[in-house]
Design a protein around this ligand. Structure first.
Ligand code: ATP
Length: 296
């Protein structure tokens, strides 16, 4: 599943080709490109999904990100690490233009998802956010039933019959590894679930609309150790189909779950690379100090 290479910010949403996971219910593929075949498409090693170049971001006159260049590969988990206030969440939130809701936020530079110019004023933000799902620090299900939480996005974006929607809800909940725990109470309030179950429900809600990218801002920081492990296992599974970018303060989590790590300090990217390299043979002393817990 990917944003189509010919993706244009000016094509009306309902006609845009969107590839959905090959194992997603066929009924959900009503807007997909009939010529595309994601399951058979060769996976290019380290194919870039998100390209960030000379990117700067401000809140008013305060510069939160300073001349940052980074390529985020497709179908891998990339962890953003660094001390509090170094700009990790700011960068994450620019990838799906969440910062649009912050009146003082502005940016300059390049931020592309394949051929899509994320920062262009002509980019359709609703469509962008369908392609780039987000999971927050604190699980935030809607005050609706478990079923309705997952069905909400597909109802907006896909014209499905009831049976098809049921199938998609089940697929999403299974993918998010929470189906077995909720299948007998789909119409019960989502807020009655445990924190870890709510977070997996939020992941199911995010993937139900067929995103290519999942942004996760400290997705386990509000969870107990067992729920954290469940989410970490899930990340491992999901990376086969999704490009995942995760902010984490937990060094063990970054080293357990991510393929690549980017270390930020005071708004700048200090270094990035395969997670093993960043943790075991960092290029920069500051990275070494941080991953060894000497500061931060
Ligand atoms: N809405 C905002 N308005 C003004 N300044 C902001 C806003 N959001 C973040 N900042 C500032 O931008 C800088 C980067 O913040 P950001 O949240 O991106 O850091 P972070 O690395 O994610 O931190 P943490 O790990 O504590 O979440 C910080 O100095 C922060 O105070």
């Amino acid at each position: 599943m990917t944003l189509h290479n010919n993706h244009s910010a000016t094509i009306p949403e309902h006609t845009r080709p969107i590839k959905l996971p090959s194992d997603m219910p066929q009924s959900a593929s009503v807007t997909s490109d009939p010529t595309s075949n994601p399951s058979n498409a060769p996976q290019l090693a380290d194919e870039t999904c998100i390209e960030i170049a000379n990117f700067n971001a401000w809140y008013g006159s305060f510069q939160a990100i300073d001349d940052l260049t980074l390529k985020i590969p497709r179908n891998q988990v990339t962890a953003f690490i660094g001390p509090s206030g170094c700009g990790k969440s700011t960068l994450l939130r620019w990838i799906n233009r969440m910062n649009d809701i912050v009146p003082t936020a502005h940016s300059k530079g390049t931020l592309r998802i394949h051929d899509l110019d994320v920062l262009s004023p002509s980019t359709d933000v609703v469509h962008l956010r369908r392609q780039v799902g987000m999971v927050f620090q604190k699980p935030n299900p809607f005050p609706k039933s478990i079923y309705e939480n997952v069905a909400f996005g597909p109802r907006l974006h896909l014209k499905l019959r009831r049976g098809e929607l049921d199938e998609l809800v089940e697929w999403s909940l299974r993918k998010a590894a929470v189906w077995d725990e909720v299948k007998d109470r789909l119409h019960a309030p989502a807020l009655g679930l445990s924190g870890g179950q709510q977070q997996r429900l939020c992941i199911a809600r995010a993937i139900a609309v067929g995103p290519e990218i999942l942004l996760m801002d400290e997705p386990c920081s509000a969870l107990d150790p067992a729920s954290t492990l469940a989410i970490e296992d899930l990340l491992y599974e999901l990376r086969e189909q999704y490009t995942i970018v995760m902010v984490t303060h937990n060094m063990q989590q970054a080293s357990r779950c991510s393929n690549r790590t980017a270390f930020f300090f005071e708004g700048r990217l200090v270094e990035s690379g395969p997670t093993d390299d960043v943790f075991t043979k960092p290029q920069q002393k500051r990275t070494d100090d941080y991953v060894r817990g000497r500061f931060g």
